[in-house]
Design a protein around this ligand. Structure first.
Ligand code: SF4
Length: 473
């Protein structure tokens, strides 16, 4: 995080990245990728990039900022070709710098490849040291470069085989989109931590996207999810797919449903909005409260608040309005503004809240700072009582799989009971959705999801050292 730039959602599990790829014969791949990345913008707002290839030529443009800030019409027009890889980034390893923006372009003896990565490697440091000892020079401080370099090193004329060899070596979470001069690849780690979907374009060709909302944005028809441990290859002969390594314990991140993904996306055939509604309904059954209004913290609390209100037979109302035009990060020039940062993002509707007993629905509490500000904001707007209900269990453990998580010590749920947190944030009451309730109500299979930030049961062995996103710097 750069000086003076602070995330508005510093009290949330920070998102990771969005990846998009297309193989679109006789079409403008850059324009398709641009539209796809716009739909995935919520997954990363620090930088954006597109690499477009065709035969021996590759064009790439990436910069800091939102997709619309990075790409002008002229810039897009200069990216000619029918195969594209695109990326929106939130930094989970390495600083928020242009050098760390993706896609990563690697030129090597067999040609070139452009790689976009969503996830986090657990053994990047070891592999990087090994490659450095062989004389390899690294340009960035991100783990994704380790993947690109390893593939380049292993490629003896068959890039797919090299990707497979790379998958044997790397550990952790990765959903990858890789392009070469004539091929597009989609790759998902053996546990399937991060989503990746395949779509078919109406005018021929295919797309790959972190979420199905990225397919919808370009008019693509959903084909399937890339399966854990699978390599999907798309080229002039069409689409082929194969298991490149044995599937591990399936461990899709449950936080995709709680907070990260867009409600209009389907992940593993489950619609995110409907899952969140069921979380909310279950929360109402587990922790009812007599109140006048159910108010969501927008946007991720909206679907769950609807579910809570419907189940409880209570009134749902917008009570906090989110400014949707400032993105996730902004420059805070002084301490006074830093203190009031939440007011830039959220504003209460006083005439709705005044004199009311309010149940406020949020998706999670990480540090507790934002929750405290929201409770204060609701009280200042005249709410008589503020009861907070959270649509996930307490976050107690750090994530090692692609989320910029805090250390355990920073997680308020690690050291405080819900009653204590309620006092810290100044609420009249605070309750969380239970783990059993979360899975039972949503029909998600607990054995196929990672919920390690709630119970510490990591699907892969993780270092005892806390995750350090600047480890490769
Ligand atoms: S620990 Fe697991 S459930 Fe929690 S954010 Fe990371 S991948 Fe998702």
């Amino acid at each position: 995080m750069q000086n003076g730039i602070k995330s508005l959602f510093c009290d949330k599990q920070e998102e990771e990245c969005g990846v998009f790829g297309t193989f679109a014969p006789r079409q403008n791949a850059a324009e398709i990728a641009f539209s796809g990345l716009l739909a995935l913008q919520h997954r990363g707002q620090e930088s954006a990039g597109i690499a477009v290839s065709e035969g021996n030529t590759v064009h790439i443009h990436k910069d800091m900022g939102l997709v619309t800030q990075v790409f002008s019409k002229e810039r897009l027009a200069s990216l000619k070709g029918h195969i594209a890889s695109g990326h929106v980034r939130y930094s989970t390893t390495g600083s928020s710098l242009l050098a760390n923006a993706q896609p990563l372009l690697v030129r090597y003896r067999q040609g070139y490849l452009a790689l976009s990565h969503n996830g986090n490697l657990l053994n990047a440091m070891n592999i990087r040291e090994e490659l450095e000892q062989k004389g390899h020079l690294f340009q960035t401080s991100i783990d994704s470069e380790v993947i690109a370099s390893l593939i380049a090193q292993l490629d003896k004329g068959d890039v797919e085989k090299a990707i497979e060899g790379c998958m044997d070596r790397i550990k952790g979470s990765y959903s990858l989109v890789i392009t070469t001069g004539d091929k597009l690849f989609g790759v998902r780690d053996p546990n399937g931590f991060r989503p990746l979907s395949i779509g078919k374009l109406p005018e021929g060709g295919y797309v790959l996207a972190s979420e199905t909302c990225g397919l919808d944005a370009v008019g693509a028809e959903f084909v399937d999810d890339v399966q854990p441990g699978e390599i999907v290859r798309i080229d002039a002969r069409g689409l082929s797919r194969r298991k490149a390594c044995k599937q591990g314990e399936k461990a899709l991140c449950v936080f995709e449903f709680i907070y990260f993904a867009r409600p209009d996306s389907d992940i593993d055939s489950s619609n995110v909005h409907l899952v969140r509604r069921r979380f909310g309904a279950q929360l109402a059954r587990e922790h009812p409260v007599e109140a006048d209004l159910i108010v969501p913290v927008p946007d991720s609390g909206i679907s769950a608040a609807m579910g809570y209100a419907h189940e409880a037979g209570m009134t749902y109302s917008e009570g906090l309005i989110k400014n949707r035009y400032i993105g996730r990060t902004f420059i805070q020039p002084n301490q006074a503004m830093r203190e009031s940062s939440i007011k830039i993002k959220l504003n209460p509707i006083r005439k709705v809240l005044a004199g009311k007993k309010v149940v406020v629905i949020d998706d999670s509490i990480v540090r507790g700072t934002t929750s405290g500000k929201i409770v204060r904001m609701l009280r200042e707007a005249g709410a008589r009582e503020v009861h907070m209900r959270i649509t996930s269990p307490p976050v107690r453990y750090p994530c090692h799989f692609g989320i910029d998580t805090q250390t355990s010590a920073e997680l308020i749920g690690h050291s405080h009971t819900p009653e204590e947190i309620s006092k810290v944030i100044g609420a009249d009451s605070l309750n969380y959705l239970s783990m059993e309730g979360m899975y039972k109500a949503s029909n998600l299979d607990i054995d196929e999801h990672c919920s390690a930030c709630f119970d510490g049961d990591y699907p892969l062995p993780v270092d005892t050292v806390e995750h350090n996103k600047l480890a490769l710097e």
